[in-house]
Design a protein around this ligand. Structure first.
Ligand code: PEP
Ligand code: MN
Length: 264
């Protein structure tokens, strides 16, 4: 596998590589306003869900293609990059048409080798970073297999996202972190950058700082944190999204705790 380290992905991929933005694009104003506030924190890569894989029907399933136009105008206005989830080749085609910078494969797609292969096939000859979330079930081989399928399509900028695993047990987490799985993935595939998604592990905004700190302590290469200008009013994942001010506080504390190698 020919994989490029995250620092070489582009001008906006410093380490730790921070991606932030709303769970879902809801309105043009919500997207622009949220991203503007995130950009002010020095973060240059945004996220937003366009097509939402909801567990049960009759909830908000994303704006769809129209949101891609909003993303394009936010990109121009703020000079930022954008990452979105793609779940099939049509999504890939639409995303590429609208100049999306980074794609990710969601946890419900990573479980299905047919889906992953279809997405990988649609990426042949395309040079774009692709992030692969862990499957919702704790199956390391499925996660590895998805990475291998995308690498097999010739993608060289590949990262893994740790977003936790479904569990039937009661837990303070929405998705169990099961730290041994991402750590083992890192051992088996050391060249694949690992990005933590504390938001989907937590399910609850108050847990996000501690999870982020732990991920950086474990030498993760980056974090994806869901941020909304008014989290309680969010159309999806309201409890786990942080406000731009909370994101600022989290990043500030994380920065002050990154060990300074100049210290005695
Ligand atoms: C998301 O990032 O909003 C999302 C739906 O993620 P996951 O695939 O991890 O559930
Ligand atoms: Mn979400």
């Amino acid at each position: 596998m020919d994989i490029k380290p995250i620092e070489t992905w582009g001008s906006k991929t410093n380490k730790p590589f921070i991606i932030s933005g709303p769970c879902s694009a809801e309105t043009e104003d919500q997207l622009l306003d949220t991203c503007k506030q995130i950009k002010q924190l020095g973060i240059n890569v945004m996220r937003a869900g366009v097509w939402k894989p909801r567990t049960r029907p009759n909830s908000f399933e994303g704006i769809g293609t129209e949101a891609l136009q909003w993303i394009e105008s936010v990109k121009k206005e703020l000079n930022v990059e954008f990452a979105i989830e793609v779940a099939n080749p049509q999504h890939v085609e639409e995303a590429l048409k609208h100049n999306i910078d980074i794609l990710w494969i969601g946890a419900r797609s990573t479980v299905n080798p047919f889906t992953v292969q279809d997405i990988a096939d649609s990426l042949k000859g395309v040079d774009i970073p692709v992030l692969i979330k862990n499957p919702i079930n704790p199956d390391l081989a499925l996660w590895q297999g998805a990475i291998e399928r995308v690498a097999g399509a010739g993608i060289e900028r590949i990262g893994a996202i740790h977003r936790g695993f479904s569990s039937f047990q009661q837990s303070k987490f929405r998705n169990e972190p099961m730290w041994q799985l991402p750590i083992e993935l890192k051992r088996l595939m050391p060249q694949i950058p690992l990005i933590g998604d504390p938001s989907h592990i937590a399910g609850e905004r108050d847990l996000i700082y501690d999870l982020s700190q732990k991920m950086l302590d474990l030498n993760y290469d980056g974090l994806m944190i869901e941020t909304h200008r008014d989290p309680n009013q969010a159309w999806s994942d309201a409890k786990q999204q942080v406000s731009p001010q909370q994101l600022k506080d989290i990043i500030q504390i994380l920065n002050t705790r990154i060990p300074n190698t100049d210290d005695e």
